[in-house]
Design a binder for this molecule. Structure first.
Ligand SMILES: Nc1nc2c(ncn2[C@@H]2O[C@H](COP(=O)(O)OP(=O)(O)OP(=O)(O)O)[C@@H](O)[C@H]2O)c(=O)[nH]1
Length: 600
């Protein structure tokens, strides 16, 4: 057990790409926590998707031993937090487990939307905060300007910010000293008291089962203890207790102030709740840690196998994924158009992408993803509210009194010259401006927006209209009534349920027209004429006609060119695999998503 005054627990908060993972790597490297030859970039980002996209999805932790200038050796526990908005809840939980934060800001970029969102969470958790300006090796870096910006926008002292380059290693020793000198030691706990530990995070290990990250408040945790999770009520025998250095290393026990892992033959991540209190079965602590909210899915979409024969494999894969991701929900869904599949719920769009990628990659299943949607609250005339997860389940409009939709508070930081485009985009998405302020040459715009207008392609559009210079973050505001209707699409007079969406009445015609035009381009011609219509209830509001095909694809290859002909036919065949049959019409997979994209 380490003496409390020699422990520092901290996290690193930053906007995506400002260098959080690179800094963590340097801290680990400089303290010799990992032998030089084992050093690979971004040690903490384990999953492939994380590596490829350079984003941190799941929080990780590492223990570093640092001999400080004062002659004492300190134990530094770093909790790496996810950087993306979808995982804000995990960030807020892991913040509770530490006392301080390094606020990393890219000195060439300055404060961004997620810098703000994350630092406010650190402030909420009463953290001591050390600002760190990264990337000062770059000629474009402006540390002085960014310091001023941190003071103006965030409102914390920044004149003594540590200036570093996580890439070259410049200034890293100063960061270590600042952690020891400027961050507080953990509050005193009683090692003899009944165990009280916070469940910070849990993850699944292929060989070891569920590994739980804990922060000890009071008492001592050791191998052989029988523990109880207060909220879930589960009891387990502890097989191993240890710390990440960053490799898992067993220790005899963990005491107050310490952060480490426990392994207790827990079968699934679902059995653990981030924020739960862990105590001993025999000697329980009197009070649990302050409550936590379970993370609830906010974005829903249907996932269907392209090849209906893959359904059983897909069910197995989804069940496996769900065991280890408590924030992902699913239920079976049958679509007249797409057959058997699943309606799945996610924390946000990135989460959706991650799960879809994993299904396709790790389990080799080709998927059709229907348009993401949100949960609408549908109030019937007799005052009852039902949650609508899928536009296809919309009750008879005659029975509906009104419909409410979730709204968000979106914060966008953007250089001046793109401000006009951002305002237009938000306005187009039914946004209501709440605030507009300036921080240097950047504008900070706050909008009240319907989540439904954001989940689909808002972020892509924002990036494209601002050439990637805008940053974005959001939080839920609650539900509000609006004039919402369900719009259906009919192809060859048959409704395609996977293309049904909820839209604002005033926008229905525009959206309907755009979708019909898109589908006309996306659906290949057939031997017959195909009407494509958008309708609200029984009323058609937009219509296009796809004319009949005149000649087959190989017609223009005259007799001789056999290979070319074969290639064309093969291409056509491959294309077929990705098509779905709707009545007599085949619709290509990409049509389901592309038809819904809203262009400028
Ligand atoms: N020139 C320069 N580049 C850096 C420095 N620090 C990080 N980078 C680069 O910036 C990019 C982003 O760094 P990451 O460490 O992945 O950023 P991050 O904040 O961890 O990103 P997330 O994990 O997605 O939140 C990488 O390409 C790094 O190589 C630095 O000091 N100087």
């Amino acid at each position: 057990m380490t003496e409390l005054s020699r422990i520092r627990n901290f996290s690193i908060v930053a906007h995506i790409d400002h260098g959080k993972s690179t800094l963590a790597d340097r801290l680990i490297q400089l303290t010799g926590t990992v032998a030089e030859r084992d050093m690979k970039e971004q040690l903490l980002d384990a999953m492939d998707i994380e590596r490829e996209r350079g984003i941190t999805i799941k929080a990780n932790t590492v223990r570093i031993e640092y001999p400080a200038q004062d002659g004492h050796t300190y134990v530094l526990n770093l909790i790496d937090t996810p950087g993306h908005v979808d995982f804000a809840y995990e960030v807020s939980r892991s913040m509770q487990a530490v006392e301080g934060s390094l606020l990393v800001v890219d000195a060439t970029q300055g404060v961004e939307a997620q810098t703000l969102a994350n630092v406010y969470q650190a402030i909420d958790a009463n953290h001591e905060i050390v600002p760190v300006l990264n990337k000062i090796d770059l000629p474009a870096s402006e540390p002085e300007r960014v310091k001023e910006q941190i003071e103006d926008v965030i409102g914390i002292e920044a004149h003594d910010a540590v200036e570093i380059s996580a890439k070259t290693g410049l200034g890293i020793p100063d960061v270590l000293e600042a952690i020891v000198k400027r961050l507080p030691a953990p509050a005193a706990g009683d090692p003899g008291a009944p165990l009280k530990a916070m469940l910070v995070d849990s993850k699944y290990d292929q060989y070891l089962g569920v590994i739980v990250i804990v922060r000890i408040i009071d008492g001592t945790l050791k191998k052989g203890d029988r523990i109880r999770m207060i909220k879930t009520g589960g009891t387990y025998d502890v097989d191993d207790v240890g710390v990440y250095r960053p490799a898992m290393t067993s220790v005899p026990s963990l005491g107050p102030g310490e952060i480490g892992y426990l392994n207790a033959s827990i079968k699934q991540v679902r059995d653990t709740r981030v924020g739960d209190t862990i105590t001993l079965e025999k000697r329980q602590c009197e009070t649990a840690l302050p409550g936590f909210k379970p993370s609830v899915p906010v974005v829903f979409c249907g996932l269907f196998p392209v090849d209906t024969n893959d359904f059983d494999d897909m069910r197995d894969a989804i069940e496996k994924l769900a065991l280890n991701d408590a924030s992902f929900s699913y239920e079976m869904e049958t679509s007249a158009a797409l057959g058997f599949g699943f309606r799945c719920g996610f924390l946000g769009l990135l989460h959706l992408e991650v799960i879809r990628d994993r299904l396709e990659r790790e389990y080799d299943i080709e998927l059709i993803t229907t348009a993401p949607s949100v949960i609408f609250h549908v109030y019937s005339r007799d005052g009852e509210m039902t949650e609508l997860h899928n536009p296809a389940d919309m009750p008879d409009p005659a029975t509906i009194d009104h419909i409410e939709e979730p709204r968000i508070k979106a914060t966008v930081l953007v250089p001046d010259e793109y401000l006009g485009d951002v305002l237009k985009l938000c306005q187009d998405r039914r946004g209501i401006q709440m605030d507009l302020t300036y921080a240097g040459t950047r504008a900070m715009v706050v909008y009240d927006l319907p989540l439904a207008e954001v989940v689909f392609d808002f972020y892509d559009r924002l990036k494209s209209v601002t050439k990637g210079y805008a940053s974005f973050d959001y939080q839920m505001l609650g539900y509000r009534e609006d004039n919402l209707v369900k719009m259906q699409v009919l192809v060859n007079d048959e409704p395609v349920d996977a293309l049904s969406i909820m839209v604002h009445r005033d926008r229905a015609e525009g959206r309907g027209r755009a979708m019909c035009e898109k589908l006309k381009e996306l659906i290949p011609r057939h031997m017959f004429k195909i009407p494509i219509q958008a309708a609200i209830g029984g009323r058609v509001i937009a219509r296009e006609t796809l004319s009949a095909m005149r000649k087959d694809v190989t017609a223009k290859c005259y007799g001789g060119d056999a290979t070319r002909k074969k290639k064309l036919l093969e291409k056509q065949k491959a294309g077929k695999k990705k098509m779905r049959q709707f009545g007599k019409v085949e619709i290509p997979q990409e049509a389901f998503i592309n038809a819904l994209k809203m262009d400028g």
